[in-house]
Design a protein. Structure first.
Lengths: 659, 176
């Protein structure tokens, strides 16, 4: 019964979403307050129906209702409870429902928190979100219904891929999806503004918190995914330039550009058309990212559905959403009033440069990702584009980006002089030169050297920015502290986010100097790596809940002192006839010691084990930096300016006839 | 600063950004694209020694050997597309899903003696799944055509000769 209720709730949500797409839009056009007031009510109703539907699916999974096809294919009685719940979104059907639920949450959030918005704009934004929701829910109902029954019901489910049975992966999809789907709100704002025919400073101020929030989630999602592949896949790698990873990086790049260009709209009413295009583009890339994953166009380890009917449906949905919004953009964008004027050397100028560089990197990543499938589609040639390509293209453009990142926040608006800004950054420059000298002594390769230097520059100049604002050491410390407390949170958040980029890049640069050895040892044998001695002391077998494990004990010593004891393991899952590698990692935040247990060889009397030992300097910084970036975003979201007293539209300035 | 000159600056900046991106992409495409090759293609047109390729096919059953180079273990196995086989050497731990008689993709370079030195070996997450590029190579080698049903038993690939066909029962039972 529960699955049928869930199915019914999903269908109900789809109907409500369709109503939400049409009625408020008509109301906004006819200036009918009653129709416009329907928007929030419908959005909340849709959200409640979706929540109920999702709860039904979770209930079926917990109850081991194997008459539900989705549960039978992905769950099993022996699976731990946590993974029964998280397994709900570890497969195609469930993840589409999760996607729809998050979109519903976005609509609900606009309905609840968007009370300050003009009623016509709010009605249109919610209507656009409703339209996208209706499309996705229809996709879910017709081609990938998670509530489909199977008859006869099997006694036990087939179980989940053991690789997915991991806490990191359990929470990665919801966070990543919230990032992807969150960009639907700036998209809806952009489409609503195009329909209305006006974009002004107030629009920039309304759209920015939503873009920042989505960006925070996407940043966390990408960092979490990278961390997962680092400690689960056991290759010591953290980013594989896999198509699925690139599909999340591309909207992140344009989303970062959007977060910055929206500032220019808010402060200076410039770059309006460009910002609208970025908002449309970012959500389009998010949608295409899902499409590429789900349709299996891009061969990837992540793909779990290869069904042409779904592909065609999604392709149609994509064409409708992306093509429709771009068509609207082409018709309406020329009518938007041009904005403020600024000199090339100014805050706006540097923000434009940031946008150009981010979009160029995005174009390169997009080309590298799409080239192989197009070559195989058009010419039947099988090629692949991997890490060397992206290292040679994306990295050289990231270095000027970091160089200008340090200058940007200190640059005055409209018209600026370069020299006073540089003079205020003198000590950050000095630190950077010292860092360059130190790095040049330790690192031989050019790219990591420049990246590390750039990272230090970004961190130092972010600190310099805040120190300058509170006049540290130039006025008494107490007065500085007073100034620091009065500082807008947005400025602190921006500095923190920039420093986070620096921390991540330092981690990436240091990881290029990682060392590893693959050795075959017998018990008691000691091997040296990066100044530590690693000794395999014991290997024993141990049973687990639904697997058997082989656990090794490795003692790592430095100058005779015990540093840590690692327990890497291999698990064999009988039900799937599959083995997984459990990596052992010891971290002291400055470096990771990373051990992997490989094959066991019995050659005659002696038994030997293959071990893979890694020394990864600054590895945790890569993900820590992502966390710091997201924290910076949260800090600037908490700025009073983002919430209170903001939304006053300029009376008639820049008004374009609203048709 | 007039509107016109601002536009000029913007267009100039965009051109420089996109120009750099295009130049970097083209130069990287010329040296960093990795082509997929089946063993018979490697024999027919051996790639240059510094060129990284993806070699794909089936692991010949019974060909996997472990050797030691000092303390470093070296895995050696043969990869075949039913027409030709290439010996692959790989220093490292083979992935969890690596099996004899199943499909595999190795990334690395061809040495002067015709053997393949792999820097990475990929076996897919699902053991019934064959990488698209491997399936395509097998179809081209004439051993199996997707239009005529399922792929033959993977374990039989090493027993095939050029004259045998994918439907040959005797051959497919030999290896399994």
């Amino acid at each position: 019964m529960t699955p049928e209720l869930g199915n019914f709730a999903l269908a109900l949500a789809c109907c409500l979403a369709a109503g939400q797409a049409v009625l408020p839009m008509v109301g906004a056009r006819r200036r009918d307050p009653r129709l416009m007031a329907l928007a929030p009510a419908l959005a909340i109703g849709q959200l409640l129906a979706l929540l109920y539907s999702f709860a039904c699916l979770i209930h079926s999974a917990i109850q081991d209702d194997f008459s539900v096809q989705n549960v039978a294919a992905n769950s099993a009685v022996a699976k731990p409870l946590l993974y029964k719940i998280t397994g709900v979104w570890g497969n195609h059907e469930g993840s589409v429902l999760l996607w729809a639920l998050i979109l519903g949450l976005c609509g609900g959030a606009v309905a609840l928190f968007g009370r300050d918005l003009p009623s016509a704009l709010r009605a249109r934004v919610i209507a656009v979100l409703g339209g996208v929701s209706a499309g996705f829910q229809l996709f879910c109902l017709t081609t990938s219904n998670p509530f489909d029954r199977v008859w006869p019901a099997p006694m036990d489910g087939q179980g989940m891929n053991p690789l997915l049975q991991d806490p990191g992966l359990a929470f990665h999809p919801p966070i990543l999806y919230t990032g992807y789907v969150g960009f639907a709100v700036p998209f809806a704002f952009a489409v609503a503004a195009l329909i209305e025919g006006r974009v002004d400073a107030a629009w920039g101020r309304w759209v920015r918190p939503w873009a920042v929030a989505a960006w925070c989630f996407l940043t966390c999602g990408i960092a979490l995914g990278s961390w997962w592949s680092y400690y689960v896949l056991g290759w010591g790698g953290y980013w594989f330039w896999d198509p699925v990873e690139n599909a999340s990086l591309i909207p992140w790049l344009t989303g970062t550009a959007l977060v910055h260009s929206a500032i220019v709209v808010e402060k200076r009413e410039a770059l309006k058309i460009w910002t609208v295009l970025l908002a449309i583009g970012t959500f389009s890339f998010s949608l295409s990212g899902t499409f590429l994953v789900r349709s299996g166009i891009l061969n990837s380890v992540h793909a779990f559905a290869n069904d042409p009917a779904r592909g065609i449906f999604i392709l149609g949905l994509l064409g409708l959403v992306i093509g429709g919004s771009l068509l609207l953009f082409a018709i309406r964008a020329p009518q938007l009033a041009a904005g403020g004027v600024f000199a090339p050397v100014s805050r706006e100028g540097l923000l434009v440069l940031n946008n150009i560089l981010l979009c160029s990197i995005c174009a390169v990543v997009l080309t590298g990702t799409m080239y192989p499938p197009f070559m195989s589609l058009l010419f039947g040639k099988t090629i692949s584009v991997g890490k060397p390509f992206f290292d040679a293209t994306a990295a050289p453009m990231a270095i000027p980006l970091m160089a200008f990142m340090g200058l940007g926040p200190m640059m005055p608006w409209k018209r600026a002089q370069l020299w006073p800004v540089l003079r205020r950054l003198w000590w950050a420059g000095a630190v950077t030169v010292l860092a360059f000298a130190f790095a040049a002594w330790r690192v031989r390769d050019l790219l990591p050297l420049l990246a590390a230097t750039g990272a230090v520059w970004v961190i130092a100049s972010s600190i310099a920015d805040i120190a300058e604002r509170i006049r540290l050491f130039r006025i008494p410390v107490g007065a500085s502290w007073q100034r620091a407390r009065m500082l807008p949170r947005a400025a602190l958040g921006a500095a923190l986010a920039h420093a986070g980029v620096g921390v991540s890049v330092l981690g990436l640069a240091a990881m290029s100097q990682a060392q590893h050895r693959i050795v075959e040892v017998h018990i008691g044998q000691t091997e040296m790596l990066a100044g530590d001695s690693w000794t395999l002391t014991e290997v024993r077998a141990a049973p687990g809940p639904n697997y058997t494990a082989l656990i090794a004990t490795i003692e790592v010593r430095h100058d005779g002192h015990l540093v840590t004891v690692l327990h890497p393991a291999k698990r064999t899952f009988a039900s799937q006839n599959q083995t997984t590698t459990e990596v052992a990692i010891h971290t002291n935040l400055m470096s990771d010691l990373y051990g992997v247990l490989g094959d066991r060889h019995d050659n005659g009397a002696e038994t030997t084990y293959v071990l893979r030992l890694h020394y990864n300097p600054l590895a945790p910084w890569m993900w820590l930096g992502g966390l710091i970036m997201a924290l910076g975003g949260v800090l600037s979201l908490s700025d009073r300016r983002m919430r209170v007293g903001a939304p006053r539209r300029a009376a008639a300035a820049g008004l374009v006839a609203t048709s | 600063m007039t509107r016109k000159s601002r536009r000029l600056w913007l267009v100039g900046g965009c051109l420089i950004g996109l120009g750099t991106a295009t130049a970097l992409t083209l130069s990287a495409f010329s040296s960093n694209i990795v082509f997929f090759m089946a063993p018979s293609q490697v024999h027919a047109h051996p790639p240059a020694a510094d060129r990284t390729i993806r070699l794909g096919g089936m692991v010949v059953a019974g060909s996997v050997r472990q050797q030691k180079n000092g303390d470093t273990p070296v895995n050696q196995f043969n990869v075949t597309d039913g027409q030709d086989a290439v010996t692959v050497r790989y220093e490292g731990i083979l992935p969890d899903l690596f099996r004899e008689g199943q499909s595999v993709v190795a990334i690395g370079t061809v040495l002067a003696d015709g053997s393949f030195r792999a820097s990475e070996v990929l076996a897919k997450h699902d053991e019934t799944y064959m990488p698209k590029e491997v399936a395509e190579a097998l179809r081209r080698s004439g051993k199996w055509d997707p239009r005529y049903g399922k792929a033959p038993d993977a374990a039989s690939w090493n027993a095939m000769t050029t004259s045998a066909t994918g439907q040959d029962k005797a051959a497919s039972q030999h290896g399994s």
